[in-house]
Design a protein around this ligand. Structure first.
Ligand SMILES: [Ca+2]
Ligand SMILES: [Ca+2]
Ligand SMILES: [Ca+2]
Length: 479
């Protein structure tokens, strides 16, 4: 009787509150931050900072404002393809339920059940050996996998960023940087064809050839967010096709002081994420740092833990999966987000560091997970100066500024100039036109504005109706 009575009351309550609930967002419990050993510990290898210092730096902490608390507990699984050296799927921080399963493929029967051209491809594929078991003999791929999906239930281990990630393991590298572009192209196409919403390519922007560009375009067209490491050569990568593409997020590395790591490539960087002394998983019988060219490293010194199943490493390879982790968490929380929206939000909400404004070393800045997860679907706040050119308008000389000034809710966009390398004051010289860039015409500055100085900074300052601003600068040397 009591039960019946209760149901009656609940039904009545439902009737009374029904219409109001239907208009608002569904109420759902939110995620609580993980409590894994290495997530809450510090000094495990004698260092002063937390073992997983990078996570709180991008918003994944234990505070009431933690980015994880913005994610629904019943968020949707999301497929993340990791194109790398494979995976040690026996690692205790890898939950086998968190691996993608090809739904129509029956394992180990020697038959290509889903007729996709790959026999027994259940969790992914080894493109090097044409084999369905993409085991990791190097360690690089397992390390990347741990950053994205280290198992929260393994209390003794690390915390991955996204407990809703389902990892598709596509082995396209022998060890770091050693591959053929055809393998990468094939793996990217495989990921896109099998539902990957995020594709992590910790290969280095320089390593990706034009052959792969077609595959990138294809995957982008299918809706994937493609995340690429900027690479570790400390060079300008803007001339390499992949990083020039607006279809990928190119990720640079920052250190404990939020400064660009010296090895981090630069040029067309989208955003930055921590990538120095990162803790993640060690694949069985591997010592990844030994295989990385140009890195001074003594065998075994990066092992962490009594069982040596954890590992420390540095590189843009490990910044990229922070961004992939965030992108996939955003999609898990709101599966209706498009790849373009995810990319725009991640850039637009990044925390500006280094040179004020969007810059070639850290792009829009360090990713801010809480801001990204809070942002409206169509959030956009973009600024950029691609180049300037001297033009004649109305018989007078002027400097035309080409680039980006865009927002989903634009309040204002200004073109300003200031004298010297680091101007102490700015003078508005015009209103910037709204343009999605990169070659949009923002406006012209009369040449007379540059009197009395040789070195100038031109900046475009874009203001969102929310009050947030984004700027980009360009150095003009008239000397
Ligand atoms: Ca198959
Ligand atoms: Ca089969
Ligand atoms: Ca900056």
């Amino acid at each position: 009787m009591m039960t019946g009575h209760r149901v009656g009351l609940l039904a009545l309550a439902g009737l009374l509150t029904g219409p109001a609930l239907a208009q608002g967002p569904a109420q759902s419990p939110m995620l609580a931050p993980p409590e894994n050993h290495y997530f809450v510990s510090k000094g495990s290898w004698g260092q002063t900072y937390p073992d997983q210092w990078a996570l709180p730096r991008i918003g994944f902490d234990t505070s009431p404002q933690s980015a994880w608390r913005l994610v629904r507990k019943n968020a949707q699984p999301v497929i993340v393809a990791i194109i790398d050296t494979g995976l040690d799927w026996n690692h205790r921080s890898i939950d086998s339920d968190k691996l993608w399963r090809n739904p129509k493929e029956i394992p180990d029967n020697g038959i290509d059940d889903d007729n996709n051209g790959y026999i027994d491809d259940v969790i992914g594929w080894d493109f090097l050996k044409s084999d369905p078991k993409p085991w990791d003999h190097d360690g690089h791929g397992t390390f990347v996998a741990g950053i994205i999906a280290g198992d929260w239930n393994d209390e003794t281990g690390i915390a991955g960023i996204n407990p809703f990630a389902r990892l598709m393991i596509l082995k396209g590298l022998n060890n770091f940087g050693h591959t053929r572009s055809s393998f990468i192209s094939e793996a990217v196409a495989y990921a896109a064809d099998h539902g990957a919403r995020v594709i992590n390519l910790s290969l280095g922007g320089k390593e990706i050839s034009p052959v792969e560009q077609a595959a990138i375009d294809y995957a982008f067209g299918k809706g994937a967010v493609i995340v690429v490491a900027a690479g570790n050569e400390g060079v300008d990568v803007s001339k390499f096709s992949i990083t020039s593409s607006d279809k990928v997020l190119v990720v640079a590395t920052t250190d404990m002081d939020d400064k660009r790591a010296v090895f981090s490539n630069w040029g067309k960087v989208s955003v930055a994420a921590p990538g120095l002394d990162i803790l993640s998983l060690r694949a069985r019988r591997t010592d990844t740092m030994l295989g990385i060219e140009g890195v001074k490293y003594t065998a075994g010194t990066a092992y962490v833990g009594d069982d040596k199943r954890y590992y420390r490493a540095s590189g843009t390879s490990f910044s990229a999966p922070m961004v992939s982790g965030l992108a996939s968490l955003m999609i898990a929380n709101d599966p209706g987000l498009t790849n373009k929206q995810v990319m725009a939000i991640i850039k637009s909400t990044a925390r500006d560091v280094g040179t004020p404004g969007v810059d070639q070393y850290t792009g829009y800045g360090i990713i801010d997970a809480a801001a990204a997860l809070k942002a409206p679907k169509d959030y956009l706040l973009a600024a950029g100066i691609e180049r300037v050119e001297v033009v004649q308008t109305g018989g007078k000389q002027a400097v035309r500024v080409l680039g980006t000034a865009d927002a989903n809710a634009l309040k204002s966009a200004r073109i300003e100039i200031g004298q010297g390398d680091a101007p102490s004051s700015w003078k508005q010289v015009g209103t910037a036109r709204k343009t999605a860039g990169p070659d949009g015409n923002l406006g012209e500055i009369p040449a007379t504005a540059f009197q009395g100085g040789k070195v100038w900074q031109i900046r475009v300052l874009v203001e969102h109706t929310s009050g947030a601003t984004r700027e980009a600068r360009f150095k003009l040397n008239l000397g």
